[in-house]
Design a protein around this ligand. Structure first.
Ligand SMILES: NC(=O)c1ccc[n+]([C@@H]2O[C@H](COP(=O)([O-])OP(=O)(O)OC[C@H]3O[C@@H](n4cnc5c(N)ncnc54)[C@H](OP(=O)(O)O)[C@@H]3O)[C@@H](O)[C@H]2O)c1
Length: 329
């Protein structure tokens, strides 16, 4: 098998690809021939040592992959050889083969391509957790999504539309805005040229019910001021690298709220609730009410390039590493 290896926290081009022997299965484990590995913003941060979680070196990056089960340990009964499953892990997904606990696999519906299946979970898990579990948004409310052409942003546009929200999508490029429109945004804002706060206020009329901010920095801080009475500012992430200092007077005014959203931490503390939530997301995908984007595909050997594109805002929607039969040989 082949794996992408991070030997030291360093620039992305220091990643290497190594041949490794397959390892024997232990109790409860399954072997998976990986077909596709999702590329996430956080993967690039982890490789460079810029994230709060630093895996012991050396390690294989990647947190989401889809593949086919090729072998199961004798005591495994919950899944079977030939099943196509999603594996979500902190690391290890950029590999042509994985050995994981059977309990860490989730059967994927046929309606998702390998690329979609390998890239929807983090985006839709975060978006659903934010809008349904944390913000408890109601149909007809106004939602402004920043970074709406990126992973968790586009997921929020799609989930928001499915919930009956009126979604305003802000993104920097025409391609990102078009993608957000295709997922049901009722209006878009060019965040590279327009005053996002002023436009969002103008479009919503009475003000926003929620701002979903995966970027951080000045724009989100400004948009807090476009919230109406009881409106919520959802803190999702800091893709810009700038953690905003939200003005408390603006939170006080109009009884606004600031709501933290940490899906990953919640999953660890509430696995059963998360399982139920993921079940609801999958049911809506199968019913055609949620439509995860087909990701931009990179060859397995181009992992560093894919991560660099992700970090440099060049990815429209999602990105994936596809494992070919030659990679897996
Ligand atoms: N809270 C949670 O549970 C949770 C879960 C998953 C991810 N996250 C976080 O959410 C953030 C976004 O993740 P993602 O997967 O959506 O990433 P992504 O697909 O790369 O999208 C991020 C978007 O942020 C915008 N952006 C603005 N300034 C940027 C900069 N300096 N560098 C990079 N992007 C910039 C870009 O949109 P424009 O070009 O349109 O400006 C880009 O499309 C990350 O910080 C991630 O760690 C949080």
């Amino acid at each position: 098998m082949r794996v992408v290896v991070c030997n030291s926290f360093a620039p992305l081009d220091q990643l290497v690809i190594e041949e490794r022997p397959s390892v024997a299965l232990r109790s409860g484990q399954v072997r998976i021939a990986v077909r596709a590995a999702g590329v996430n913003f956080v993967d690039a941060l982890i490789v460079q040592g810029l994230y709060q979680i630093k895996p012991p070196l050396p390690f294989t990056p990647g947190g989401e992959s889809v593949g086919v089960i090729t072998e199961i340990a004798e005591d495994v009964s919950e899944c079977s050889v030939g099943q196509r499953v999603l594996v979500t892990s902190g690391a290890g997904a950029f590999a042509t083969e994985m050995v994981v606990g059977a309990r860490n696999t989730l059967a994927m519906p046929d309606s998702l391509t390998d690329g979609q299946a390998a890239t929807f979970m983090q985006s839709y898990g975060t978006a659903w957790f934010a809008l349904v579990e944390r913000a408890r948004m109601q149909a007809g409310q106004w939602l402004l999504v920043l970074g709406a052409g990126g992973g968790v942003g586009l997921g929020a546009v799609d989930v928001g539309h499915a919930l009956g929200l009126k979604v305003i999508a802000a993104a920097s490029s025409p391609e990102k805005r078009a993608l957000a429109e295709s997922r049901g945004a009722v209006a878009t804002i060019d965040s590279s040229a327009e005053d996002v706060k002023a436009r969002a206020k103008e479009i919503s009329g009475e003000g926003l019910d929620a701002v979903y901010d995966p970027i951080g920095g000045a724009v989100g801080e400004q948009c807090l001021r476009a919230l109406r009475d009881d409106g919520q500012f959802l803190v999702i992430g800091f893709a810009s690298g700038d953690i905003p200092k939200l003005p408390a007077n603006q939170v006080l005014l109009r009884n606004r709220r600031v709501t933290g959203v940490e899906w990953g931490g919640w999953v660890i503390k509430h696995p059963e609730q998360n399982q139920r939530m993921v079940g609801e997301i999958l049911a809506k995908i199968v019913a055609g009410e949620l439509n995860p984007v087909e990701p931009y595909a990179y060859a397995f050997d181009d992992a560093a390039h894919a991560l660099a594109d992700q970090q440099n805002r060049n990815v429209v929607g999602k990105a994936v590493l596809l494992v070919s039969s030659a990679d897996a040989a």
